[in-house]
Design a protein around this ligand. Sequence first.
Ligand code: NAP
Length: 479
Amino acid sequence: MSSAFRVDAYIDGKWVGGERRFPVYNPATGEVLGEVPDLGAAETEQAVAAAHAAFPAWAAKTAKERSIILRRWYDLIMADLDRLGEIITLEGGKPLAEAKGEATYGASFIEWFAEEAKRAYGRTIPTTTSTRRYVTIKQPIGVCAAITPWNFPMAMITRKAGPALAAGNTIVIKPPQQTPLTALALAELGEKAGLPPGVLNVVTTTKSAAVGEVLTTSPLVRKFSFTGSTGIGKKLGAACVGSNVKRISLELGGNAPLIVFADADIDAAVKGAVASKFRNAGQTCVCANRILVEAPIYDVFAKKLAEAVAALKVGDGRQAGVEIGALIDDKAIAKVEELVGQALASGALALTGGTRHAAGPNFYTPTVLSGVTRNMDVFREEIFGPVAPLIKFNGDDEAVSLANDTEYGLASYFFSKDVNRCWRVAERLDYGMVSINDGIFSNEVIPFGGMKESGLGREGGVEGLEEYMDVKFVNFGGF
Ligand code: NAP
């Protein structure tokens, strides 16, 4: 299989090897998939310099010219979904069907922004003085840098590279050390599509802090976009502002509530809760992290959810029918174990699961915990594992109070058939995204992003392009 993917980094249109390399593992089996270059600050500076040199010519192309190349990139990805899906499963652990779904979802950002950049309109502003005329134009910012997480090895890159390149910027990407192979496969297809040297660069490394320091402090980098944990995001964001006041986008952690009101369609809510909570084995920033259930239906909902969760098939993501793959590594398993252990010791009850799974060291049994309360860590922290904590509530006020009782504000969900309640509750939730009667919502046309400590900025939609363009005001005086 290793011949099927690139194992060199990509800088200035060249495949960069080197002696220092680090292994990439299959989390389901522990097998080494390949070894990629362990680059450092010097190579990152070279990548930034290449992106800087490539910027003027790329920015000078028309949006349509760039769009033609990006469309080709999209087509090449769509023609290669099987291989990309396999790479995502091999290094990330998610089931193959989900991995191919991610590749399709990831590609959609390239298609969308290639189109959208053609419509990056400025404004004419009615003048306040008869001797002047006012307009705004939108322009690319310059060299962009991106640091991405392992839970969506492809889509977290294309949500940034798509709008950045479509708008006329160039980019340097640092993928996570667990999943660099997908990033390199994407770069390979970008090269085939005709992206000029230096426009897209991928720096593989285990030295995240050293590479991150260059990307956040280099005066040549004008925009920095990060997806990952809130703690690291805050540090990197501060470094960006402290260096040369870079534009920043931060897509950080979540602690999504999923509220089931007594008037909900219970079966639809169970289905939505499973879809939201157990996608990628619970390792997404928008996974339901706390399931709040109104008292009159708590018992029946808990029973149905536990039955559905107990039926989920766990195993190596490459096996047919598997719905829950391996967690990313031993640290992830240890964290889930600790959170569940603490909840059980504090009075929660495991309706199903509650232990590791026999499929291998990185597998955890899908779990439903009943009787969870605000004081438990499982209520406060992002679980990032296949564990659904249930919390009982009474009435809208308590539901909203529980839901908003967190520093995070990314995704939220609720189930209700009362249209007035739907409006009321949607307005009161302190979240960047609210999904009503639906456990899955993300795609390329919506503005994805968070409030509070879940971050800054939006990815996708028309908003996602704005993040990669400067608005310039022009005054025509002297009439
Ligand atoms: P993470 O530990 O913050 O890592 C994210 C990225 O930052 C990785 O590429 C990592 O590289 C790099 N990194 C770590 N320390 C760094 C440092 N000191 N300087 C520069 N870079 C550094 O997060 P994760 O565990 O991979 O991802 C899970 C988190 O991402 C969760 O909190 C999840 O909610 C969040 N997430 C948010 C969104 C969103 O759209 N809001 C989407 C997906 C995930 P290495 O791992 O190679 O060190």
